[in-house]
Design a protein around this ligand. Sequence first.
Ligand code: RIB
Ligand code: CA
Length: 301
Amino acid sequence: MKKPIIIDTDLGIDDVVAITAALFSEELDVRLITTVGGNVGIENTTRNAVDLLTFLGKDTPVARGVGVPLVSKPKTASHVHGSTGIGEYRFEAKANEALLSDENAIVALKNHIVHSPEPVTLVAIGPLTNIALLLKTFPETLDHIEEIVLMGGAVEGGNSTPVAEFNIFADPHAAKIVFDTDIHIVMCGLDVTALTSVTNEDVEKLKNKGRAGEMVYQMLHYYKHAYSDGKITIHDLCTIFYLTRPNLFDVKRANVNVVTEGDAAGCTITHFTDDGNVSACVGADVEGFRNELLTVFEGIS
Ligand code: RIB
Ligand code: CA
């Protein structure tokens, strides 16, 4: 039986790769996609989600979420993903607007979670604003969430500041709410995403792997401007491969305290302890990861 998941996304380029891999995986049942402001504004992240699903011929519902952080000033990563969030790529087909739910993301998340016969896994690949509001508004969902697999944070380092990763830095107050619950969280932070960087050659190979491969190739060809040494980090894809190929990763249990104010805002202070609620990814098989990327797109017709 496929694992039911909901993906919460600030649909930028690495999000596209992750969502596409999830939608065509044999292991995952993507029940809903919710959008949040992050890489770019909520209008674009939501537009990108509907356009991507239309392009892929999928009927997964999309629910628009919150466009601004709980407290912090909005930040974007448009310098990495471009002004629209998908580089210079443009989806040509007329979007299937019926995919866009009338419910906002928080209500849609609650309804899908509480009505699911089995617990749902949340995959969070953007700032955690929607997830925090879900847990605060509908605490009854806590009992119906299997775990949260998120791209965010770092045991050491940062990409928005020296000590903070973008998804956490963009909304540290939301991240604190999520990490302070006792839900099991898999943290795919910069420590592990940096270990799974793919090469220019890997990206070039995607070009000849069907419509989806060509689409992702175009976006990654733009995205790689933000990376150097020929190593391109598809951060969000770690969350999906953690779920479909967990053996690619090494994890250590921890508790994580999120700093919400001051110069260290967004820092995920990680205390390794066997009774922690967080499984922090600390290692990865990069050759296996690279091969899996090509295998996934080989299989998408
Ligand atoms: O720091 C990387 C994260 O920030 C990824 O989720 C990327 O899409 C951006 O949201
Ligand atoms: Ca993202």
